[in-house]
Design a protein around this ligand. Structure first.
Ligand SMILES: Cc1cc2nc3c(=O)[nH]c(=O)nc-3n(C[C@H](O)[C@H](O)[C@H](O)COP(=O)(O)OP(=O)(O)OC[C@H]3O[C@@H](n4cnc5c(N)ncnc54)[C@H](O)[C@@H]3O)c2cc1C
Length: 464
């Protein structure tokens, strides 16, 4: 008998789980996503500098997930953007998953050329970094570009539809109940309530689906653990500052320990010749970045993040992060804050006039000039200042007075759903995958966890 699988979220995790399952002709697969179809997802912010407050936000929600309008950098390592080896307990399997995801992207139009870097240049950068106590991590990468990512996603979608996968857009899942062995998924579409029954669920709602995830955890009694989160800023510099490092690695990762607190600080998600963008969440804003293959800015940006771990009696890092994001949102009048590094260092606010005098023109025009030190805790600000000054030894210019910092950039991996190595939760036949459930932090790793969840269902079916 054919079994039904409902997948919540058509981001990389959901799409790749559908991909794996659809190769086996035993399932009716329905993919529900709260956002629009890939062709209808347009964000005017990058063209006009004005956020139209689309509901739901086209950057975060819709077919392709938050990865769809992203820069589309594929980090081809199982230990970057997650830890597949830890999840699978098998180093070879972890690398195979990365290769499988990469081959699917290639099949659907990702560019053939890979950024690997010249060995001599890599070693030079490693030497320069280690001399000042920084670790440089080399990663083979493929760059799709935010202008081509929707094309690749569309190709994947069309392939899946041909295989019989049903996509339902603007389907906001509000509840899942379990009655005997059947899951009843309720979603809202055009203000109407629909219900769909299935034997299996794969919940892959991404980070923007955290509200839904929390209610699911509560309703079904799913076991979780708290995780550290990353709080910091998006750094924007002139592209010439980043060019020598970009020549070695498209998305260079530097790991730093701050001098005063010995806290872990890292670079993440570099967008060369890219744009800083606003993210609109429920009740607060955040920043991120993207770059395109064809349209270039004169700047480069990257996330600069300080890791925060909370221990008993307060372990809820998500609430902590949200409260910080809300303060920043209040200070920015509903928009992210922007400040020159020199102003932050000297303890003064960046005014619109000071930003205008900066050698760098901000790419996020809606950001409010302000004082990041009034939004982020002292410890995090200290970590960021000290670490950016250290990084200036490796990338001269990133620590200059005119470097722009946007806040808040917060990566919520606060909750991790407890799973076995098939991504099955403590509730039988309820699988999870991707960033929202704390199992990944990038496109390749989230897609890999989607494949693992699909394999988990296949394994259960073959043994039943
Ligand atoms: C601007 C930006 C740039 C990025 N750049 C890169 C990059 O270059 N390289 C990289 O590796 N990573 C990048 N990332 C991160 C990457 O996009 C994510 O790691 C990845 O998309 C996570 O995949 P996911 O499937 O877990 O979640 P998502 O991609 O977030 O997808 C989750 C989906 O679930 C849907 N959903 C949520 N709640 C519900 C609900 N209640 N009902 C129905 N559907 C729901 C959402 O609409 C969404 O489509 C970027 C992220 C952003 C936001």
């Amino acid at each position: 008998m054919r079994k039904k699988v409902v997948i919540i979220g058509a981001g990389p995790a959901g799409l790749f789980s559908a991909y794996k399952l659809s190769n086996n002709n035993r399932f009716d697969i329905v993919l529900l996503d709260k956002g629009r179809d890939v062709d209808s997802r347009k964000c005017q912010l990058e063209y006009t500098g004005v956020c139209e407050n689309c509901d739901p936000c086209n950057v975060l929600y819709g077919t392709g997930g938050s990865g769809c309008l992203s820069d589309g950098i594929l980090n081809l390592r199982p230990d970057i953007g997650g830890d597949l080896e830890e999840l699978t307990n098998d180093a070879k399997k972890a690398q195979n998953l990365v290769d499988e995801v990469d081959s699917i992207f290639l099949k659907h139009g990702a560019p053939e050329n890979l950024f690997i870097g010249e060995t001599e240049n890599i070693e030079n950068l490693q030497r320069k970094s280690e001399a000042v106590g920084i670790k440089f991590i080399q990663i083979p990468q493929r760059h799709i570009g935010s202008d081509y990512t929707p094309v690749v996603i569309n190709s994947i979608k069309k392939y899946l539809e041909k295989k019989g996968v049903k996509f339902v857009s603007l389907a906001d899942v509000i509840r899942i109940k379990k009655e005997k062995n059947i899951y009843k998924t309720t979603y809202l579409q055009n203000k109407q309530t629909h219900e769909i029954n299935s034997e299996y669920i794969i919940a892959a709602p991404g980070r923007a689906g955290s509200g839904f995830l929390m209610s699911l955890i509560k309703d079904l009694g799913i076991k979780i653990e708290h995780q550290p989160i990353d709080i910091g800023v998006r750094v924007e510099v002139s592209k010439v500052v980043m060019q020598p490092v970009i020549d070695v690695n498209r998305d260079p990762k530097f790991h730093i320990y701050s001098k005063t607190y010995d806290d872990f600080v890292r670079t993440f998600c570099t967008n060369h010749e890219g744009y800083v963008m606003k993210e609109q969440y429920d009740g607060y804003v955040g920043v991120n970045g993207h770059s395109m293959r064809d349209i270039k800015s004169p700047n480069s940006n990257f996330a600069f993040l300080s890791k925060v771990t909370l221990t008993s009696p307060v372990e809820d890092t998500t609430s902590y992060g949200v409260s910080i994001a809300k303060i920043a949102t209040v200070l920015g009048g509903g928009n992210p804050l922007v400040q020159r590094f020199g102003d932050l260092r000297r303890g003064r606010r960046s005014t619109p006039e000071r930003i205008k005098r900066s050698k760098i023109t901000p790419t996020l025009l809606s950001a409010t000039p302000g004082d990041i030190a009034m939004a982020l805790p002292y410890r995090i600000v200290t970590n960021l200042i000290e670490s950016l000054e250290m990084l200036d030894n490796v990338i001269p210019g990133v620590g200059s007075d005119s470097t722009l910092l946007y806040a808040p950039e917060i990566k919520f991996y606060g909750i991790r759903v407890k799973v076995n190595n098939s991504m099955e939760t403590n509730i039988p036949n309820l699988f999870v995958a991707g960033d929202g459930v704390g199992l990944s932090r990038d496109i390749v790793n989230s897609a890999s966890t989607g494949i693992l969840a699909a394999e988990g269902i296949l394994k259960k079916e073959s043994s039943s």
